[in-house]
Design a protein around this ligand. Sequence first.
Ligand SMILES: [Mn+2]
Length: 332
Amino acid sequence: MKQVTRKKIEAIAAEVRRANSIVITAHVNPDGDAIGSELALYLTLRKLGKQVWVMNTDPLPEIYYFLPAAREVKQVEDFCPVCDLLFVLDCGSAERMGGNQMGHCPRVVNIDHHLEGHTFGDINWVEDKASSTAEMVAELIDGLGVEWDVEIATNIYVGVLTDTGGFRYSNTTPVALALAGRMVSYGVQPEKIARALYERQPLSALKLLARALDSLEVSEDGLVASMTITRRMVAECGVHGWEAENFVNYPRSLDGVEIAILYQEIDDKQVKVSLRSKGTVNVARIAKAFSGGGHFHAAGCRLSGDLLTVKRQVERLVHQMLYVRDEPISRR
Ligand SMILES: [Mn+2]
């Protein structure tokens, strides 16, 4: 372990020792890494006898209901925690927490692997080489000396698994794979988790996928592919509480595609945009330009405006990022 890492973990452990009441939160639209990290830390701090709450501004996607302690996650729209210590996980900026953000917590610890700002915590532990926040939380759990169990391990495993795209993205490092192996040694069953995450689609979601695939658009040079999900499509397919973000993997899977985009209409005024890159374009920069966040190869943001306006805005920026001089970046 690096010296800096050990120092950060020691400092965080000291904060934990001093605190009685602790709130854990993560970014808006929480994903598997955000939730897995929150719940693993929650279970760990409970074992240390702390009063702990997990609070998010957005609801927990149904797909994660199977996670140990998932029912402990509280959704609070006006997030304004009052506690001794606030943990902010997997969240590049205070704005990405949503709600009233910091609330009334004298101490804030921020643990993340995104590249962004991170100046909002009293302790900011940021490792952009970490595969996931879950990987960092696992190191913290070791540092706190709490005994591992299958519940904690399951949450960590899901964090690493989902943030590496099922061990496919470039952040699938030796450390990430070794950690996953270690979680399996604590009783995690990869087959069971893969089934829970990837093989439980409701029929309505598959119908929505068919509609979404019908909307597939590919740029003339084949480098950019996008799909669109309208509210009407969602209503007509009868989809409820289903997170369609993974559909972005279909345009991503096309041969030759560099950037894949999924547009999801939220309401009249808002569109959710998911971005994936297979090559040289940093989609986090695109998302950040629209106050979103993410990583080099996977990022997202929400834009105000109707679908057409939003598409035009995003496409303009994608075009700028993809083509420097006269030729595409990927062909240089
Ligand atoms: Mn993450």
